[in-house]
Design a protein around this ligand. Sequence first.
Ligand code: BMA
Length: 326
Amino acid sequence: MAKTAGDNPIGEGTRVVGRDVIHRWEGNPILALEDIPFPCNTVFNAGATMHNGQYLLLIRVEDQRGKSIFALARSEDGYRFVVDPEPVMTPSNEEPFATYEFCGIEDPRITFMDDTYYIMYTAYSHYGPMLALAKTDDFVRFERIALISQPVNKDGALFPRKINGQYCRFDRPNVGSSGNIWISYSSDLIHWGQSEIVMTTRPDHWDCVRIGASAPPIETDQGWLEIYHGVKETAAGPIYRLGVVMLDLDDPAKVIGRAAIPILTPREYYERVGDIGNVVFSCGAILDKSSGEVRIYYGAADTCICIGTAKLEALITRCFEQENTP
Ligand code: BMA
């Protein structure tokens, strides 16, 4: 439903929306609590992909205990989604996953590679968050592959092809309350190593406290385009925003362009107010190669799911503008 000026008690309706390179859909949010066909608390960060001509979102749903599970939402147009009646992945009862998923499974990111859909997600337990990997062919049967990091690690995003003969992922080990984007490699998707720092927080910027990969990287003729999130602490708590960076195609640990300003920042009421306010957080984006448009699905205020779009070329250009004007 299109918003009018009166809908937003914080700003002045949609007047502020045009300041971000990402265009928010006027019908946002696309999924909220009332769209989930089983009892839950909130719905937010979702992996995104195409499957048999349909848009699929693997959505993070927080149940009423406070533990997260995954459900599947389907759409013909990428905007209007219907959620399957039952969750598709819940914390495992089988070891070794049961111990490390005890507090929930979070933030799924989908990568299609070699006819298989891989899902890298955060397994949450009393021992802290760590990365896990599952796979599916049909979004009906999901098979866990392995726990693939120690705690504390989050924001795992698998590249869509091997690089120099190896599988490749971003991850985000924490150092206290801070954290940077790293890269790790594997020959079998189970054992990971050769870890290397990719990029760090910027002390004087919107991404000064923590950063992490958001959507899995998109291959372009300029390099790997990564949509990432950055956190700034304020007197009123953290603000989560989205930014873009371009990485070398053959050596994705090498940054070749990083936008100075965010591509999306919380401005709308549904991004400002919710269980965790002032959050836009993406786990999935879909590139339509024929139109050159990127559809970015993002959780807003840890309470609903939204869509924003941008031309791929606009995102690429942003990466190489060192001092983007606000
Ligand atoms: C991050 C993740 C996300 C969440 C965000 C804002 O650390 O846990 O799932 O959306 O915080 O609360």
